[in-house]
Design a protein around this ligand. Sequence first.
Ligand SMILES: Nc1ncnc2c1ncn2[C@@H]1O[C@H](COP(=O)(O)OP(=O)(O)OP(=O)(O)O)[C@@H](O)[C@H]1O
Length: 259
Amino acid sequence: MSDTLTIENLHVAARHGHHDHVLVDGVSLTLRRGRILALVGASGCGKSMTCSGAQGVLPPGVRVTQGRVLHDGRTIAPEQLRGRIVATILQNPRSAFNPIRTMADHARETLRAVGRLEGDWRNRTLEAFAIAGLEDAESVLPLHAFEMSGGMLQRAMIALALLSDAPFLFADEPTTDLDLIVQARILDLLDELARQRNLGVLLITHDMGVVARLADTVAVMENGRIIETATTREIFDNPQRIATRELVEAHMSLYPEVA
Ligand SMILES: Nc1ncnc2c1ncn2[C@@H]1O[C@H](COP(=O)(O)OP(=O)(O)OP(=O)(O)O)[C@@H](O)[C@H]1O
């Protein structure tokens, strides 16, 4: 049971008048360190709500109605999970940064939040920025988000995730807002970091190209439920469910050479 993070029977619902509208309907997933699990499915099927629900960071009016998260078999509260056990990188990094704070401020804040601000925070930050591929890391520290490109910001978000030293990473559509060349570089970086740092990654995406490139296993979601889980090879070669087949076929019609 060591080195695992399990989302168990997660239910998430939104209040609509007097009724609950179920958005996530009994999702169970297990992440293992050093492995990348892709969570895929059509837009609106509940991927992001699963990720946010597991971390207890749902939007107003949306709540977890059932389920728990276990780290190495022990139940863990969302506030203990966030930052310490799970780091997060999101789509649209620009909106994830406080516009009036510098990258140095964000790094200090991240380290403070996980109780690691002591000692030489600056050098640790510079090292994380360099590992994340931010060239001339020193010059990045005083920058605000508006002074950086989308690719730089995504690298900065990855650097902050590394600073927290969490063993698991939730990456929710990490390359969606980036141009194709930057996307490819960020995907390479994520792959490299997951392997080198032995991170367990939950990769949320609707892009089967990203799945083919990075994921070891795939969980397919439809209408708030996991309908199929298999290795990436099996998902591409022998999809069992219609929704899975549609995702694979849509991808193959665009990029026949990939799988
Ligand atoms: N703030 C909210 N309040 C109520 N329902 C919401 C809210 N945000 C999203 N939803 C609904 O929750 C469902 C799941 O949304 P979610 O964002 O998890 O989908 P997703 O699979 O991540 O989609 P996408 O690939 O488009 O990001 C959708 O039906 C969506 O309309």
